[in-house]
Design a protein around this ligand. Structure first.
Ligand code: HEC
Ligand code: HEC
Length: 231
């Protein structure tokens, strides 16, 4: 039940992306009014981000996301070292209640576009937390191989193609840095991407499509590996 709710909310993300286009189209039919596109809740307007302001704003986040935003709580992702474009998109999606999480809806509710950009810039400049302990070395090694080489026999492409060999992703392309996620959070988010319906937009469809040929054991293995990547 819980999962159904989460998926239908995720589905709203790509829909929201299309709202401005649809409303502009609808309005262009009425000659009296010029077309004024509705604001896309995921498109933020901000000036040059100020990491010092971001630092002040993120004091309240540290209770959950950890000192210096490097989480040591396995249920909560670290924000330290995350690519700002990814952090901005997630905070905008929480604020618009498009990404599920009651807790984060509250946290993001009163942040302005500029606050979000300042926090993302501050977090992005911090050093990610240290690696998590991985219990089973064999599982981690299987994940390492899948991450860097994929498995062409099973149509699995290497995660490194998008996330990079070091797992730090790409800020310009909006690809998340994935080092330092706990094995538990990593596995949960991978299962969520895999089980989600089609979105019709590159984000987060890239993840959904790429995980399709992977088994639960594969996901557990890559989640274990990425949690150990940060040196
Ligand atoms: C009460 C605990 C709590 C507080 C306080 C909190 N968060 Fe979170 N945050 C979470 C949890 C739990 C998640 C995981 C949500 C999920 O996907 O279920 C999360 C997820 C996130 C994510 C997504 C990260 C990713 O890797 O996808 C961002 C960004 C984030 N929080 C930013 C913030 C910021 C900025 C603040 C302070 C303004 C904050 N959080 C305060 C609990 C908290
Ligand atoms: C085709 C490009 C692509 C490939 C290949 C890919 N990813 Fe991703 N990944 C992305 C993008 C883009 C995002 C950000 C998703 C979004 O915007 O919602 C992402 C997000 C993630 C996240 C969420 C990060 C967070 O903080 O919650 C994890 C975990 C992840 N990827 C792991 C993997 C693993 C493991 C593999 C290999 C099995 C993989 N990815 C392969 C593009 C890719």
């Amino acid at each position: 039940m819980q999962r159904t709710v989460r998926f239908s909310l995720w589905l709203a993300v790509p829909l929201a992306l299309f709202v401005p286009a649809i409303s502009a189209l609808a309005q262009s039919g009425t000659a009296a009014k010029p077309a004024v596109p509705a604001k896309n809740p995921l498109a933020l307007t901000f000036k040059k981000p100020d990491p010092a302001k971001g630092k002040a704003l993120s004091q309240s986040c540290q209770g959950c996301h950890g000192p210096n935003l490097a989480s040591t709580n396995k249920a909560i992702p670290g924000l330290a070292g995350q690519n700002p474009s990814y952090t901005r998109l997630q905070l905008a999606a929480f604020r618009a209640k498009l990404r599920p999480s009651q807790v984060m809806w509250q946290q993001a509710a009163n942040l302005s576009d500029q606050d979000i950009a300042d926090i993302a810039a501050y977090a992005g400049g911090l050093k990610p937390g240290s690696a998590w302990k991985v219990g089973d070395e064999k599982v981690r090694a299987k994940g390492e191989a899948l991450f860097h080489k994929g498995d062409s026999g099973r149509n699995i492409i290497a995660c490194a193609i998008c996330h990079g060999d070091n797992g730090r992703g790409n800020d310009y392309l909006g690809v998340a840095s994935i080092t330092n996620l706990s094995p538990e959070y990593g596995l949960a988010i991978l299962k969520e991407f895999k089980g989600a319906p089609g979105f019709g937009v590159p984000h987060p469809d890239a993840m959904r499509i790429m995980l399709r040929p992977m088994t639960d054991a594969d996901l557990k293995a890559v989640a274990a590996y990425i949690s150990s990547m940060q040196k």
